[in-house]
Design a protein around this ligand. Sequence first.
Ligand SMILES: Nc1ncnc2c1ncn2[C@@H]1O[C@H](COP(=O)(O)OP(=O)(O)O)[C@@H](O)[C@H]1O
Ligand SMILES: [Mg+2]
Length: 264
Amino acid sequence: MSMTASRVADLVSLADVGVSFRTKRTDVTALRDVSLSVRPGEFVSIVGPSGCGKSTLLKLVSGLLRPSSGTVSLLGSPVEGPRRDIGYVFQRAALLEWRSARKNILLQAEMRRLPAAEARRRTDELIEMTGLTGFEDAYPHELSGGMQQRVALCRALLHKPPVLLMDEPFGALDALTREHMNVELRRIWAETGTTVLLVTHSIAEAVYLADRVVVMTARPGTIEEIIPVELPAERDYVRTVAEPEFAKVTARIRNLLGAASASD
Ligand SMILES: Nc1ncnc2c1ncn2[C@@H]1O[C@H](COP(=O)(O)OP(=O)(O)O)[C@@H](O)[C@H]1O
Ligand SMILES: [Mg+2]
């Protein structure tokens, strides 16, 4: 395989990346020597103590932030500024209160000036895929937290991004809704074929969803270990969490993070 071909084979690639923030008071090294390659279609979860640079890592991939050292590539070319082709989902759904679910999703199309008919068709498709049928015309205050996150997910997927960045997307949901959203996300990921980078504080969520889990150290954030999750592609929730492999991987992560940060 040629150099170019092997580089293109990685959808996201970080090579020896470091990030320092200089503030008035002090210099903060947020990330140090981070190298990570993500294959197309892969689901990678990222866990680590608060402040270890997880959000910073996602910002690098999206181009919202430039590394102080090293290189970040997306689809084989360096990320040199904000990338419009990615999808981003945050802990807060950040919906516009005065727009219906459908109109919130279509916001993405308006910002990108996508052809209207195609955007409407794609919106219908996503509404069905995420189980929002019947709630298209509801306003955010009429939707549960889980439904609001579904709307945010639809909006992030509207333009068919090659990579979806998710920063603690289910952190504000109750435990059962969260499990339900995990199952839905796993299915949506399989249906869309999009690559996902998910930051989460939940070890169970990280393992259930991912092909690999990146475990980071406390600041300055480095990658402590990358753990492959050898569970079958088909992941019935109850059966999966009862698998020995699930127990093994979650125990390993808990061990790496230490009891204190695991409950963080
Ligand atoms: N714009 C910024 N200016 C200064 N420090 C920052 C900035 N963004 C993040 N940091 C610091 O970098 C570290 C990593 O932050 P972050 O990536 O948000 O951590 P995490 O998402 O893992 O909790 C933290 O110590 C944070 O205070
Ligand atoms: Mg964060």
